[in-house]
Design a protein around this ligand. Structure first.
Ligand code: BTN
Length: 274
């Protein structure tokens, strides 16, 4: 495991030697500065990059978040990367990719923050002590293939690692590994741990061995069985209810006065009722 991370670029070969993966992280492109690792990875994918190829950047000038938001992270302190996926499972199961990514990152972060633990706010925000330290964005360009759709998908992950301040407007709900654990974490060692875990879960997903993944995820879910509000994307309407878990496709199971309904990622956001 690497002990320092001041020069991500010069340590990439070392991290590749330490990987236990067959595909993930075997090809890595590094950038000091780039608009978005998701955009670069999509470009690389369209040029033929293999599944598991990774783009890492020290800084993004146009990092993208979910729901059209931007993702801002200071240079040289955080982990910003995207990996190329070429999923062979039906597109209707792709919601499970973000589920396993949440699991992999949540466990990888726990390698560095013991005795603290992480929770996953559906679908894949990683929380430490109730605050978000990581977000993920799955993007794809689908084209028809026979009666179904196919195409590469890009999984982008942003982890607040050694950030020591956040603007006051977000500091209440945003954090970093350093702020919560007091530990400076070597970013490439964390990247290696994420890739090692992700490949194991991804292979399980491709084998259609879904039940253990759903169980492991449910055990790590934030707000489970607690009173929560559900807000529909782009609308002010909220409903109150209880998060019961996730469906076999990774959708949120939410029980309100209207009974239990499932919601897909992108449709809704959840918020704990204090
Ligand atoms: C979120 O809104 O929670 C998702 C944030 C995803 C950010 C990561 S940083 C690396 C990759 N490149 C991007 O432009 N976005 C993702």
């Amino acid at each position: 495991m690497l002990q320092t991370d001041s020069h991500i670029k010069s340590n990439i070969l070392q991290i590749q030697e330490a990987l236990r993966t067959l595909r993930f992280g075997r090809a890595i492109q590094y950038f000091d500065e780039i608009p978005s690792t998701n955009t670069a990875a999509m470009q690389w994918a369209t040029e033929g990059a293999d599944e598991g190829s990774v783009v890492v950047a020290d800084f993004q000038t146009a990092g993208r978040g979910r729901h059209g938001r931007s993702w801002i992270a200071q240079p040289a302190r955080n982990l910003l990367f995207s990996t190329v996926l070429r999923p062979t499972i039906p597109v209707s199961d792709w919601g499970l990719i973000t589920i396993i990514a949440g699991l992999a990152v949540s466990e990888a972060i726990e390698d560095f923050i013991s005795p603290l633990t992480t929770r996953i706010k559906w679908p894949n925000d990683i929380l430490i002590q109730g605050k978000k330290c990581c977000g993920m964005l799955l993007e794809s360009v689908l084209t028809p293939q026979g009666s179904s759709m196919t195409g590469p998908a890009i999984l982008g992950i942003g982890i607040n690692v050694n950030e020591d301040t956040f603007d006051t407007d977000i500091a209440e709900r945003t954090t970093s590994i350093l702020l919560e654990s007091g530990q400076h974490v070597p970013r490439l060692a964390l990247l290696g741990s994420v890739l090692n875990r992700f490949e194991v879960y991804y292979d399980q997903l491709l084998r259609l061995d879904h039940a253990p993944l759903i169980n492991a995820y449910t055990n790590k879910m934030a707000y489970i069985n607690e009173k929560t509000t559900l807000r529909f994307t782009g609308k002010s309407e909220v409903i109150e209810g209880i998060i019961e878990g996730i469906s076999p496709k990774g959708a949120l199971c939410f029980k309100s006065d209207s009974g239990t309904q499932t919601f897909h990622s992108g449709e809704v956001t959840t918020q704990l009722i204090p």
